[in-house]
Design a protein around this ligand. Structure first.
Ligand code: GAL
Length: 304
């Protein structure tokens, strides 16, 4: 870079929120900048042959307890003689009046493309290129910042689009946390999930996520090295256990790390793809007191 040339702190607008491919369901992700009129969410997938139901929820937040409000719940049901779609809104823990659409264009065993288009007063949904329904907002669209996909569905891709790509600046990338960054933990318990979302910096070296206990021991570290393009679990003795999967971190690209605590260890998913688990005793997990993140990344969400 020549002297005086300014470093653009924002990534290119086209990577504002890249599509996610083959995420593991249940899949919950942040919608950068939230929803507003003019945005679209594209969902490409397959309905499994034995599908009962699935749901796509446009949520106001991602907490688990208390349950967040769901501004729009889109719920195809296949288990009745007349498959149909239910749309509804969950407000303060209560479902409102259901709206129901028969003649569901989705079929068990078939692939589909659904477009959710957010207009001023309502959401319009098309299935395989045909308009299917519209649902009037019952909660302000501006409260929606999270997409959740649950149930019997195989997701091929999720995309976040604008009707007019040219009106979009790079303005809605959220403000990032600087690293190193640390979060207090009160132990990790089965079912608990750590979520990190961020952006890899332009010339990355490495990225480290370590879990520390009360005696500042580090029973486990997850390290991505950009020099040899490897991802590995590092033991307290510095032993490296490579995670054998394609290296999914790229400079200036969004990433999402999910660590799911389960009996006997931590399960890892990167950009929605399951990458196995590392074993740790429950006592070790319960004694964890700190999550520390360092390296060549900027973080947008750290949730534990
Ligand atoms: C309920 C169902 C919920 C949700 C809701 C929509 O019966 O348990 O998952 O689909 O209907 O109204």
């Amino acid at each position: 870079m020549s002297p005086g040339e300014k470093l653009d702190p924002l990534p290119d607008p086209f990577i504002l929120q890249p599509p996610v491919f083959h995420p593991v369901v249940p899949y919950v992700t942040t919608i950068f900048g939230g929803l507003r009129a003019g945005k679209m969410v594209m969902l490409q997938g397959v309905v499994p042959l034995a599908a009962h139901r699935f749901q796509v929820d446009f949520q106001c937040g991602c907490s688990v307890h208390p349950r967040p409000d769901i501004a729009i719940h889109f719920n195809p049901r296949f288990h009745t003689t007349k498959p149909h779609v239910i749309c509804n809104t969950l407000h303060a823990g209560r479902w409102q009046a259901e709206a129901r659409w028969p003649r569901l264009a989705l079929q068990r065993g078939a692939s589909f493309l659904i477009l959710f288009l957010f207009a001023n007063e309502e959401m319009k949904v098309s299935v395989n290129g045909q308009h299917f329904l519209h649902y009037r907002y019952r909660l302000p669209l501006s409260r929606v910042n999270t997409l959740g996909i649950f149930g019997d569905i195989l997701v091929k891709a999720v995309g976040f689009l604008n009707i007019n790509p040219f009106v979009e600046g790079g303005s809605e990338y959220p403000v990032g946390h600087e690293v190193p960054c640390s979060r207090v933990l009160r132990g990790l318990w089965p079912g608990q999930v750590i979520v990190l979302r961020g952006l890899v910096l332009p010339e990355p070296k490495d990225f480290t996520l370590s879990l520390r206990d009360e005696a500042a021991r580090i029973p486990v570290t997850l390290r991505a090295s950009f020099t040899d393009r490897t991802l590995a679990w590092i033991s307290p003795w510095g032993q490296k256990k490579l995670i054998l999967a394609p290296f999914l971190f790229y400079p200036r690209r969004f990433f999402e790390v999910l660590l799911l605590c389960q009996e006997g260890g931590l399960k890892l998913a990167l950009n929605g793809q399951g990458l196995g688990a590392t074993s740790l005793d429950q006592q070790v997990l319960e004694r964890l007191r700190e999550l520390r993140i360092s390296g060549s990344v900027q973080l947008y969400c750290v949730h534990s």
